[in-house]
Design a protein around this ligand. Structure first.
Ligand code: MD3
Ligand code: FE
Length: 220
């Protein structure tokens, strides 16, 4: 379903096996080489979401190779299999036969040209939220690929102009794919609420919500 031009939601895109594999991989990345942490914002605020990165380390509001604000180590490499999954995600999301999106409004992006070089892995416990924000630290307008596993959440998709209305509320559940490209790439968005107890423990995640986003930093 196309929520806005270039913003395509594909419910239940990941198989249970793929979700299990991602949960296992995220569990390992959450420990080594850089442990998952609550990001501290420049003005002292602490995010309720916990984040660990691949390829490049994100700290507000820049990307670095070393996790200076955690343990100073280089983050884990962005694996080739994850980039492959990102290209498959783009090709399915922009394929009207799969996503039901009208190619008239969606902004197609050549999937084979997609080379994501960073992933942000966010973990939400039952109380965690993410306020409305834009992702502007990447020096590229390539799409963002988002995968959700575990508890469902309320995802609020806004507009590129203002933090406020108009916005569209979407429930994101385990296995859902969301692609944000074209005019939606710099839209405000946030997660006002997680729905505890809605995940399937068969994914390997007993509680909480996992979100993995792939991006192109435009850095080298
Ligand atoms: C729209 N994560 O990591 S995923 C983030 O569920 C972030 O953890 C949320 O917002 C989460 O920055 C939302 C959906 C998402 C991610 C990146 C976007 C939507 C986006 C970038 C541009 C536009
Ligand atoms: Fe974001």
């Amino acid at each position: 379903r196309e929520i806005a031009p270039g913003a395509v939601h594909v419910p239940g895109w990941l198989t249970l096996d793929e979700q299990r594999h991602l949960v296992q991989a995220c569990r390992a990345w959450a420990r080594d080489p850089v442990p998952i942490r609550h990001t501290v914002l420049p003005r002292g605020g602490v995010m309720s979401v916990q984040t660990v990165c691949l390829g490049w380390h994100w700290q507000p509001y820049r990307y670095t190779r070393l996790a200076h604000d955690v343990n100073g180590r280089q983050v884990a490499d962005f694996p080739g299999w994850l980039a492959d999954l990102g290209r498959r995600a783009l090709s399915d999301a922009y394929d009207p036969a799969v996503s039901g999106s009208g190619s008239t409004t969606s902004q197609p992006y050549e999937p084979s040209a997609y080379e994501p070089d960073t992933a942000l892995i966010n973990f939400y416990d039952g109380q965690a939220k993410m306020g409305m924000h834009q992702d502007k630290d990447e020096k590229s307008d390539a799409p963002v690929v988002s995968l959700s596993i575990g508890d469902a959440c309320l995802f609020r998709f806004g507009n590129p102009e203002t933090r406020g209305r108009p916005y569209t509320d979407v429930r994101l559940a385990s296995g859902d794919l969301f692609v944000f490209g074209g005019p939606s790439r710099f839209a405000y968005h946030g997660v006002p609420k997680v729905y505890p107890g809605t995940g399937d423990p068969a994914t390997g995640l007993a509680s909480g919500r996992l979100n993995l986003t792939m991006r192109v930093t435009g850095l080298r």
